[in-house]
Structure formats: C-alpha cells, structure tokens
Design a protein around this ligand. Structure first.
Ligand SMILES: Nc1ncnc2c1ncn2[C@@H]1O[C@H](COP(=O)(O)OP(=O)(O)O)[C@@H](O)[C@H]1O
Ligand SMILES: O=C(O)C1=C[C@@H](OP(=O)(O)O)[C@@H](O)[C@H](O)C1
Ligand SMILES: [Mg+2]
Length: 167
C-alpha cells in the first residue's frame, strides 16, 4: 500500500503541522522524514548540518524518503528540500503528492527566525525567497494536487485535503 498522501512544499508551508492534523482526521499513521533522519543520525538536523554538512544531510534524506515510501504510512511529510533530488522526484511518481503552497509573507511569519532550520539561520526572509523561487517548479513537477495555505488554519487545510481523497 502506498501512503495515502505525501506532503511537499516550502519550509513553513505546514507539512508537519497539517500532516499531523490530516493523519488524525483520517485515523492513519503520520510520518515525517525529518524525524526519521534525526533518528537515523542520532542528533537534531542543525547538528547534522554543522557536523557533517548539507550533502550528508541530503544523502540521509534520500534514504529516508525511499524507506518511508516503502513503509507506506498514511500521511508522509517530506522536508522542504527533499524534491531537490532527482531520485526522490522519480520515487514520487505514482503517489498522491499534495503541494501545500505558501507565499513569502506567511512563510516568513511561520518560520520566524528560522530556529531548527539551518538553511534559514542567516537572513531567513531573503533565503526563504531564494529557496522558494528555486524550488517552485520542482514542487509543481511532483504534485498531483496543490492546496493553498495562506491565511488558513491547519484544520481547514487538512479538511480540504481529506475531501480530495477517494472514500
Ligand atoms: N496554516 C497555518 N497557519 C498558521 N501557522 C501555521 C500553519 N501551518 C503551520 N503553521 C505554523 O508554522 C510553523 C511551521 O510549520 P511546519 O508544520 O513546521 O511547516 P513545515 O513542516 O512545512 O516546514 C509552525 O510553528 C506551525 O505551527
Ligand atoms: O528546505 C530545506 O532544505 C529544509 C527543510 C526542513 O524541513 P521543513 O520543510 O519541514 O522545514 C529540513 O528538512 C531541513 O532543515 C532542510
Ligand atoms: Mg516539517
């Protein structure tokens, strides 16, 4: 069985928060590849970046996504940069992939000072804008549906995704 829904999108779009809410509504397991990576590495993501660097983090992330897709949780949230890997974009083909879209103002409000997100540790607004510009085509490439999150609550967004699913 494939995951019911895989969530992708920029940091702060709400993959982790909406994913948990959606899994609760559907009564299925929730999994987040960032949590899996932290378990694999035995340390938090910022420490992986500091100790081993981004390339190592991305290698762990590719492995975490492949393992999570194979394990078929009900709802799977990816990290915002997971779609950078061609291998991961290919692995997502055939899955229901929902892009949680967010524009810069809401994303900036939600990530705050970037705590826990090492890529956003310096100048979060400018970095987020750059990341979002670079990744927008990749989210569009992998997504089977897009759900707008700006100005909406996680519960509203989870309900909209649940309504997309076959019953
Ligand atoms: N729709 C939303 N409206 C307001 N705040 C949100 C919304 N979705 C997420 N948040 C908040 O934004 C922050 C980032 O959410 P998170 O789920 O970690 O995003 P992601 O996993 O996509 O980076 C969290 O503090 C979360 O509570
Ligand atoms: O955008 C990125 O490259 C990253 C996003 C983070 O996940 P969220 O998108 O859940 O914040 C996390 O995987 C890591 O800090 C790198
Ligand atoms: Mg997350």
């Amino acid at each position: 069985m494939a995951p019911v829904v895989v969530l992708v999108g920029a940091p702060g779009c709400g993959k982790t928060t909406v994913g948990q809410a959606l899994a609760a509504v559907l009564g299925v397991e929730f999994r987040d590849t960032d949590t899996d990576i932290e378990q694999m590495a035995g340390k938090p993501i910022p420490e992986i970046f500091i100790d081993e660097g981004e390339d190592h983090f991305r290698a762990l992330e590719r492995a975490a996504v492949a393992a999570a897709l194979a394990a078929s949780p009900g709802v799977l949230a990816l990290g915002g940069g997971a779609v950078l890997a061609e291998e991961t974009r290919a692995a997502l083909i055939g899955h229901r992939v929902v892009h949680l879209s967010v524009e810069l103002p809401d994303a900036v409000k939600r990530v705050g000072l970037g705590a826990g997100r090492p890529l956003l540790a310096i100048n979060p607004r400018a970095t987020l804008k750059h990341l979002m510009d670079q990744r927008r085509p990749l989210y569009a490439e992998v997504a089977t549906e897009t759900v707008v999150t700006d100005g909406r609550t996680p519960a509203e967004i989870a309900a909209e995704i649940a309504a997309l699913l076959p019953r």
